[in-house]
Design a protein around this ligand. Structure first.
Ligand SMILES: Nc1ncnc2c1ncn2[C@@H]1O[C@H](COP(=O)(O)OP(=O)(O)O)[C@@H](O)[C@H]1O
Ligand SMILES: [Mg+2]
Length: 609
């Protein structure tokens, strides 16, 4: 687990919530689909716990009836019952542990699945507001914690309640006065146990957080060792590191101290109660109202009852954090996607028509205007190049076009109709997109191209790769198309990933093709391969191309220079050069830069013949 995610998790764990009826109902609702196994395992636990107290009762009778009463007949019968019930109980222990394990897995599966499905539906704006690490933490650890509460929490609670109830009943049967003494101690023990548990939990969290920060500091210092040395910051870093270590030491120290104090405290109170029972029970035994077996039973009930109380305290202390987890999960599931189909939305027949941005205004969540009064009309099949300084709004234009976001004002029309009248999926299906940082999924090269159109044949996959200019390098891979690309494609170079994502876009036969700086981080050879693939792809399609290298854009039908969310200039390459405006400056600057580079390269590496 990465350090950041761990820190986020710890931060989220800090939140506690108390149980309210709506949350309780929803949490219990998670059990609904698994009603049968829940009922099954609750009954098994209740019986198991009840038997626990019954065993003490049998032992009491063995002492009183068989041993004190010197009755061999009853002795072997009671021993046989004892043995048989023990075997039955073992079977039940197996059953409920197994059932609880299965149930926990199912609940986690349900939660993760509904979160995953929901995350896929949410609009991009949700992702830009919520750190991805946070989302991962939510899907993994929150669902785990809720599932734990609903299984092991439920096991412990049922077990404890049944144990206490059954013990109480047997104690009342044996001797009600002594039973009242034990019952008086219960609440005291419970309150102490809960308070200790809560404090220990807090200290453990503090120590875990300190530990996590120390790991982070180690990483940073080792990775940044050159910078640290160059700037002479060793001393300062050491001081910071020592502070972290001190924090961890004191948190761990407090946790250890509390843990050590907890059991003796409980034991002292129990001991006082025990002394009372021995004295009062002995007194009653002397006067003949209590048997020896009865004293034995009370001593064991009192010593055993400590454990269910501690279990209850632990579950209770952890429950508040689990409820906070559940609330975070429910909040995620309740988030409505910002972009949804209108009820009367229709399928977009084709995107190969006129596309028009009409007085579009747009801002992201921070409300800083990005596009203002942006208007542009694009004919079917036209290639539009978007150029201009970083942060001008080029990517935003294509984000809007893909309907990852929608305009705040103004309209985007496809075939004359507001694109909000169409279903989202019918638009997005017909768009092929290649981005600056290509994304591959783990699997083979073939799988990754296939992702563009799932019903494509192997021949079509290879055709697409040929068109993209990727076929040659794929064939040179040891396993060709069946080569594994690694997680996120990390076994391939950026250029190779880019060629594969281009092949994927080609396979999907888009009607609208978008490239956002796809050639920015590749070498010149790959760039020219991508360039050729792109040109084949753009034939007969409407395309939007964002690029820094002007050689890529020169052949576009129209070039749009975007500055500060506005169109600074628009026209063909020739027209814009002639106008000697923004584009002319961009072009000549880059041209000059290239020439200088070539010149200095030629000087540095003289040709040898
Ligand atoms: N997800 C986002 N949330 C908030 N602001 C954003 C987001 N994406 C881009 N911006 C801002 O919008 C402006 C335009 O960005 P962008 O469209 O990416 O420009 P370009 O692609 O031309 O470099 C920039 O000021 C950028 O900081
Ligand atoms: Mg951009």
């Amino acid at each position: 687990m990465s350090n950041d995610v761990e820190l986020i998790e710890l931060e989220e764990e800090e939140h506690t919530s108390s149980l309210t009826t709506p949350v309780l109902n929803r949490i219990l609702g998670l059990l609904k689909p698994h009603r049968k196994s829940v009922v099954g395992f609750l009954i098994t636990i209740a019986l198991t716990a009840g038997l626990d107290s019954f065993f003490t009762y049998i032992n009491k009778n063995i002492i009183d009836l068989a041993i004190v009463g010197r009755n061999y007949g009853i002795l072997w019968k009671l021993a046989a019952v004892y043995g048989i019930l023990q075997v039955i109980q073992s079977g039940m222990v197996f059953t409920f542990i197994y059932l609880a394990g299965v149930l926990g897995e199912r609940i986690q599966y349900d939660l993760r699945r509904s979160m995953f499905e929901h995350l896929q539906d949410l609009s991009l704006s949700y992702y830009s507001q919520n750190a991805v690490g946070r989302l991962i933490a939510r899907v993994t650890s929150d669902s785990g914690r809720v599932a734990d509460l609903m299984t092991w929490g439920l096991v412990d609670t049922t077990w404890a309640f049944m144990n206490i109830t059954a013990a109480t009943i047997f104690m009342l049967i044996i001797n009600w006065q002594l039973a009242l003494i034990v019952l008086a101690v219960l609440p005291i023990l419970t309150i102490i146990a809960i308070n200790f548990r809560k404090k220990i939990l807090v200290e453990f969290r503090n120590s875990r957080r300190a530990n996590s920060k120390i790991t982070g500091a180690y990483n940073e210092n080792i990775q940044g060792v050159r910078v640290i040395k160059a700037l002479g910051r060793e001393e300062k870093n050491l001081t910071e590191f020592m502070d972290l270590t001190d924090n961890m030491y004191s948190a761990t120290y407090r946790a250890a101290w509390l843990s050590a104090l907890f059991l003796p405290t409980v034991q002292i109170i129990t001991a006082i109660a025990l002394a009372f029972i021995v004295w009062f029970g002995g007194y009653q035994a002397l006067s003949g109202t209590l048997t020896i077996g009865g004293i034995y039973a009370f001593v064991s009930y009192l010593t055993f009852i400590m454990w269910p109380i501690q279990d209850l305290a632990r579950v209770y202390a952890e429950m508040q954090h689990s409820i906070a987890s559940a609330e975070r999960i429910f909040k995620l599931i309740d988030t409505e996607p910002e972009i949804r189909d209108k009820p009367e939305a229709t399928e977009a027949e084709t995107l190969l028509g006129e596309i028009e941005f009409e007085h579009v205004n747009f801002y992201y969540e921070d409300r800083k205007p990005v596009l203002s009064d942006f208007s542009l009309k694009v004919k079917a099949g036209e290639t539009i190049a978007l150029v201009g300084p970083t942060g001008g709004g080029k990517s935003t234009i294509v984000n809007l076009l893909c309907r990852f976001y929608e305009p705040n004002d103004g309209t985007i029309r496809i075939n004359g109709k507001d694109y909000k009248e169409y279903t989202l999926s019918s638009i997005q299906r017909k768009i092929g997109i290649v981005l600056q940082t290509p994304h591959l999924f783990s699997g083979t090269v073939r799988d990754n191209i296939h992702y563009g159109r799932l019903d494509a044949s192997n021949e079509e996959v290879e055709e697409a790769a040929i068109l993209a200019g990727a076929h040659e390098f794929i064939n040179n891979l040891p396993k060709g198309y069946d080569e594994n690309v690694g997680e996120g494609g990390n076994l391939l170079s950026v250029g190779q990933k880019q060629l594969i994502s281009l092949a994927r876009a080609i396979l999907s036969k888009p009607e609208l093709f978008i490239m956002d700086e796809a050639t920015s981080s590749v070498d010149t050879l790959t760039e020219s391969l991508i360039q050729q693939g792109m040109e084949r792809l753009m034939k007969g399609r409407t395309s939007f191309v964002i690029a820094h290298r002007l050689s890529t854009i020169r052949r576009a039908d129209r070039i749009v220079v975007i500055e500060n969310g506005k169109i600074a200039e628009i026209g063909t390459h020739a027209e814009l050069l002639k106008a000697q405006g923004h584009y002319y400056r961009l072009y000549t600057q880059q041209f000059k830069f290239q020439r200088e580079q070539e010149y200095s390269f030629a000087k540095a590496v003289p040709l040898i013949d």
